[in-house]
Design a protein around this ligand. Sequence first.
Ligand SMILES: [Zn+2]
Length: 155
Amino acid sequence: MIAKILAVVSLVVLPLSVAMWHKSHQRPVQYRYDLTLYKSMWVYMRDGVCGLEVLSMPTKTASRSEFRNPLRYDPTPMRSSLAIDISSKGPYRRTWIVFPFWLLTGLLTACGAFPVIRGPVRQLWRRWRGRCIACGYDLTGNRSGRCPECGLRLR
Ligand SMILES: [Zn+2]
């Protein structure tokens, strides 16, 4: 059930991920959102890479604003495309999550396809292991042509 909900959500988000992936190549951009007065989040999208930076501030310095800028440089730590990084500078703390859009898109595709391919994959696995494809009962040495567990006629 959870896998199915996850699959539906993934398939809904998937086109969005592909669109952002495409857009990150066309127009690199940075967003800023203030999560709280002490925390703001920056979102960077550039060349197929998404960077999320959460900046924790000691005082109420966030301005409760949101804006969007063209991005002219790569601010991600060490210019890596896959990273989790936490660093402190004085009372400021930065948390970085950087991932490439192909990974996000791939994960969403995998989650979306999982309930569809799970059945056939399980059947293949059972056939290969010499088990009943319907119930998984071990059919080693079976001569009757029927699964004794579920009654499935065997080929
Ligand atoms: Zn069976």
